[in-house]
Design a protein around this ligand. Sequence first.
Ligand SMILES: [Zn+2]
Ligand SMILES: [Zn+2]
Length: 280
Amino acid sequence: MRITFWGVRGSIPTPGPETVEIGGNTSCVEVRAGKAILIFDGGTGLRLLGKKLLREMPLQAHIFFSHVHWDHIQGFPFFDPAFVSGNSIHLYGGNNVSRTLEETLAGQMDHPSFPVHLQEMGAKMTFNDLFEGQALEIDAGGGKKARVTTGRGNHPNGVWAYRVEYEGKVVVYATDTEHYAVTDPKLLKLSKGSDVLIYDAQYTPEEYLGTSGAGGPKVGWGHSTFEAAVTLAKAAGAKQLVLFHHDPMQNDASVREKEKRARESFANSIAAYEGLSPEL
Ligand SMILES: [Zn+2]
Ligand SMILES: [Zn+2]
């Protein structure tokens, strides 16, 4: 498998000289499992991934949405392969809020907010509403399958986490989830034995509790700290931890500081940045 990070920021895009090293696009991660194109979230990073995928058409892509907050869907109306007939796009998520995934994605493109309707995009789209613990088998070519298992995190309006297994390797994508006093048993089970654990590390413990940074405590906002990420990585026996969904208030230096502190208790920690592309 190869993982490529196209957007690593939480909440809102943060372009500018202060974030140029980590990147300012919101959540989007590409996982290649054999020939399978798996995409996790459609934040603004999805636009750049779409540009690259134009070289591989006609294509079949599978987009797994953790949830439908803006920072996870806003790149979708700018995903070029979705405008090309002959492409096939499978979309997964929804079913955990009042609207389906299709209704939500169509809603953000309704007039007068966007000039093109979802139905006019061109590619064949198949929407799949998920249920907890579901295991999907995706054709990866050569008679092989990638297996994607769903789990739930803790986030306002709900969130999906995903475990991807292919050829004996495991990647877990768990963003937008808040840790509590004990390690979440569901996420622990989903993350068990992962080679790469991508986890919501939006805050430092001080930012989370409101003892430093702006805006007071962030308890109940649905996000974790790098410390909670390390605790989960250790408990799950993860080989590599990727700190993900950086807070918009954090510039390059503060993300690097967060990474340094995480490494003090879990050496194989890395802060996600745009262009990071590990192979396993
Ligand atoms: Zn988010
Ligand atoms: Zn969210």
